[in-house]
Ligand binder design. Structure first.
Ligand SMILES: *Cc1c(COP(=O)(O)O)cnc(C)c1O
Length: 225
């Protein structure tokens, strides 16, 4: 299957849904991204700052870039000039740095609060209580260049449909609670980023608004490159 064909299939699947495709292009060469772009895909996700910066410089300017991987505070400055959404916001300290760097460029950067939903202990993310504490803080309330646009979660790497549904529902509930408490009148808080190649159908059924799909579009990743 070609990349263009895969993109067309996803576009068809997502027609008439409230869910968008983030094409996860980490480790993929620029040619592969261009092929997806020419098939109409304009939103791409990368998980490493250095790789994201290099690709942004080399590829069309109207691509909407999402950072989906762990972000160190000292690296925010490299992506602040162009990044559309940081999906991996997981501390007040990181949001403060995003605020500072976005202000320098007179931009607002969309951020998703990454919530810990998996059983695995290695995954990054906030508990719902920690997310609430951030949204209640005076530091957050003073921010003018950070737009909290929703939540993101990475489910357990499992084939158990029951487990996956449980985790996606948990994230959906978390979104609903934060929406009701902090953003009742704010239409900008609207995203639930969940679902990858192996589980996106379940994620859409549970209310995902952004699926992050890599290998089902580009094929297997070659980490040796
Ligand atoms: C790599 C990655 C994906 C995409 O994974 P696939 O299984 O290739 O679809 C999604 N989300 C995050 C956070 C990732 O790092």
């Amino acid at each position: 299957m070609s990349i263009a064909k895969n993109i067309a299939e996803f576009q068809e699947k997502l027609q008439n849904t409230n869910c968008r495709l983030i094409a996860v292009s980490k480790t993929q060469p620029k040619e592969a991204i261009l092929e997806a772009y020419q098939a109409g895909q304009k939103v791409f996700g990368e998980n490493k700052v250095q790789e994201l910066v290099a690709k942004q410089e080399a590829l069309p300017a109207d691509i909407e870039w999402h950072l989906i991987g762990h972000l160190q505070t000292n690296k925010v400055k490299y992506i602040a000039p162009f990044v559309h959404t940081i999906q991996s916001a997981e501390s007040l300290k990181l949001l403060q740095e995003i605020e500072k760097q976005a202000a320098k460029h007179d931009r607002r950067i969309n951020c998703l609060l990454q919530i810990y939903i998996a059983e695995e202990e290695t995954k990054f993310g906030l508990s719902p209580e920690e997310a609430k504490a951030i949204l209640q803080s005076a530091e957050y309330k003073a921010m003018r260049h950070v737009n909290i646009a929703g939540v993101m979660g990475i489910a357990t790497n499992t084939s158990s449909e029951t487990q996956l549904r449980k985790e996606f529902r948990y994230l959906r509930n978390c979104f609903d609670q934060l929406k009701a408490e902090f953003f009742p009148e704010n239409a900008a808080f609207k995203e639930i980023s969940m679902g990858m190649s192996s589980d996106y159908q379940l994620a859409i059924a549970e209310g995902s608004t952004m699926i992050r799909v890599g290998s089902s579009i580009f094929g297997a990743r070659n980490y040796a490159i």
